[in-house]
Design a protein around this ligand. Structure first.
Ligand code: PLP
Length: 357
């Protein structure tokens, strides 16, 4: 069997969830959309079920997968419903949803559900993706509050640049939110992972951690709080061939690496079709049998190559970690001009196994 594997540590996931809740205020909505950022939504939800205050997903299909797997408790559709006819399923499965546009409020006015809805009313405080403009936020809230079938409204917004700790933008967005929502006496939800980790003093009823649950820092450098996270996913494979090459020999497509000395090169069974960054440069860190090592040459679809010259004990069958405990996903991502979000969500074809249940 092909040796590429992703090991998911559910105890680390719970540790990170607890940190998110400690930082965020009262409750934390575990964001497990996109198959829990590639970690397996059902397994992650089950691992968190006893302690999570709720789960956030992108769409009703993802919510139904969780309900069908027996996940109870609040599930929030982060983009709301895409079509009004989803409201029947929303009611049947007792889902909460974001309201981000006027047409959704119009649709809710026409709805006659038997069970009342919990609605998260999204303010566009400056990201300009989803959400209502501040000028219509209060009137929209009053329309919702006038509906007998709306039982609770949570005020929410989303930050665009909270991972940039020296940017004024997060405070500006916060000011817009406070100006619009402070007197409304609603439960509030503001913070994603970078805001929870890097912007103390924004505590609200609900935090919405995603990336940090999976143990990756959203910041580029060391950070005292983010450094408390534990990586959840470790992706590894094995050396399936070893080449002994003289100095001056090219390796792989495009000869992007040429040996500068007599070299031992290990071929590892994982590639960009599995989600490893195709354009990771020479010298990108890997761990070879637990020791720091380096990627060399261009990554192929199913394979990549590592330099074994300074690893005399390594050879056929050696274990190579691509990211995880030793090679942090965020570090690899910054070397390879991508993000930890993309690394996790891009993982394909690699069987997952779980520990820490
Ligand atoms: C509305 C909303 N809240 C929270 C999150 C979680 O963000 P992060 O993964 O940065 O914690 C996301 C993710 O994109 C989101 O769209």
């Amino acid at each position: 069997m092909r040796p590429a594997r992703a090991l998911i540590d559910l105890a680390a996931l719970r540790h990170n969830y607890r940190l998110a809740r400690e930082l965020g205020g009262r409750k934390a909505l575990a964001v497990i959309k996109a198959d829990a950022y590639g970690h397996g939504a059902v397994r992650c939800a089950r691992a968190l079920q006893d302690e999570a205050d709720g789960f956030g997903v992108a769409c009703i299909e993802e919510a139904l997968e969780l309900r069908e797997a027996g996940i109870r408790g609040p599930i929030l559709l982060l983009e709301g419903f895409f079509e009004a006819d989803e409201l029947a399923l929303i009611e049947a499965h007792d889902l909460c949803f974001v309201v981000q546009a006027q047409w959704q409020i119009d649709a809710l006015e026409r709805a006659r559900p038997a069970r009342a809805y919990t609605v998260w009313l999204k303010l566009d405080s400056g990201m300009h993706r989803l959400g209502l403009d501040a000028s219509v936020y209060r009137s929209s809230l009053h329309r919702l509050q006038a509906m007998p079938h709306v039982r609770e409204v949570v005020a929410m917004t989303h930050f665009a640049r909270a991972d940039e700790l020296d940017s004024a933008r997060t405070r500006e967005q916060l000011a817009v939110f406070r100006q619009t929502c402070d007197e409304l006496e609603l439960p509030c939800s503001l913070s994603n992972s970078p805001a929870l980790l890097g912007w103390p003093g924004m505590a609200a009823e609900w935090g919405r951690p995603g990336l940090m649950l999976y143990g990756a820092t959203p910041f580029t450098g060391a950070h005292p709080v983010a450094d408390r996270l534990r990586p959840v996913m470790t992706v590894s494979s094995k050396v399936i061939a070893v080449r002994e090459l003289a100095a001056g020999e090219p390796i792989g497509y495009g000869a992007r690496f040429v040996t500068s000395r007599p070299s031992r090169i290990g071929v590892v069974a994982i590639g960009y079709a599995d989600g490893y960054p195709q354009f990771a440069p020479n010298g990108t860190p890997v761990a070879i049998d637990g020791q720091p090592g380096e990627l060399v040459a261009r990554v192929s679809m199913d394979m990549l190559t590592v330099d074994l010259t300074d690893h005399p004990g390594a050879g056929l069958g050696s274990h190579v970690e691509l990211w995880g405990d030793q090679v942090r996903a965020s570090h690899l991502a910054s070397r390879a001009a991508t993000s930890a979000y993309r690394l996790f969500c891009g993982l394909k074809r690699v069987p997952r196994s779980y520990i820490g249940d």
